[in-house]
Design a protein around this ligand. Structure first.
Ligand SMILES: [Fe+2]
Ligand SMILES: [Fe+2]
Length: 270
């Protein structure tokens, strides 16, 4: 199974650039083309799909995501609005309609996918909350033998980028402790930081996917101001085969090539 992760597209409506500079619609279109080219069987979208979370942005989002060949399962970030996102993705059947938070489970793939809602209305940081942790515990207890990937917008770790670390997942330790009790959870995939980061926390493999548009500046000076760069856009591709889950970081824009290593006679090109 190939699973693509999109995150933090911060889509604006009407072609407006984000922060006066970033063409988020063009970036998301290119990312969708890259996901289609990857042959992904499913796509997870780990929040900040839109920049302001209003209906116009979600309409623009639906128009671009309509080109995706694989089903997409989304959870909100701090820039989205939970109810607007839930309405926009109603047809996916992903979100648990009984839950006040916007979380869901996708079955029917070799990897079970569980998306969590870490958004806190009006705040930039993330929280799962006791009610959603209880919901997650119940979902994991349903199928203890099913290899599972969990995904959420805010990461439970501090990355060293201070202005992002103060708005990480504030109850991340509780989430990690819960996941560690369910060893069928092979990975926790996050967004929010707009950079590729990986860690093992309390025995749980955690990663943050890079964004298709702007990257948060990699400046580990605690006094660094919040800033972004227009780095080459990337996305994360998970591969699950023979019981092993791993991830590749893939360039969104096609690079020159592919070029052969061997000539027509099977000799290594010197
Ligand atoms: Fe973001
Ligand atoms: Fe975010």
């Amino acid at each position: 199974m190939i699973l693509a992760q999109l995150t933090d597209s911060h889509l604006k409506a009407g072609g407006r650039p984000a922060y006066g500079r970033v063409d988020t619609a063009a970036a998301l279109r290119r990312a969708v083309a890259a996901v289609n080219a990857s042959g992904a069987d499913a796509v997870i979208f780990s929040g900040d799909l839109t920049d302001r979370g209003d209906a116009a942005e979600f309409e623009a989002l639906a128009e671009i995501l309509a080109d995706l060949r694989a089903p997409v399962f989304a959870v909100p970030g701090n820039h989205d609005r939970r109810d607007t996102l839930r309405a926009a993705f109603l047809a996916s059947g992903f979100h648990d309609p009984r839950a006040p938070f916007c979380a869901g489970v996708a079955e029917g793939f070799p990897l079970r996918l569980i998306g969590l809602d870490s958004s806190v209305p009006g705040a930039p940081h993330g929280e799962i909350g006791a009610a959603q942790l209880a919901w997650l515990e119940a979902r994991l207890a349903e199928r203890p033998d099913a290899p599972t990937l969990a995904f959420v917008h805010h990461p439970p770790m501090r990355t060293g980028i201070r202005h992002m670390d103060v708005q990480n997942l504030h109850d991340g330790d509780a989430l990690l402790a819960l996941l560690a009790r369910h060893p069928q959870v092979l990975h926790l995939a996050c967004g929010h930081v707009h950079r590729a980061v990986a860690a093992t926390l309390g025995g749980v493999a955690v990663s943050i996917a890079p964004a298709p548009a702007h990257a948060v500046d990699l400046d580990l000076d605690p006094a660094a101001p919040p800033a972004f760069r227009l780095e080459p856009p990337m996305l994360r591709l998970f591969r699950f085969a023979d019981g092993v889950l791993l991830s590749h970081l893939a360039c969104v824009d096609p690079a020159p090539g592919p070029f052969p290593f061997f000539d027509g006679e099977g000799r290594l090109i010197d």
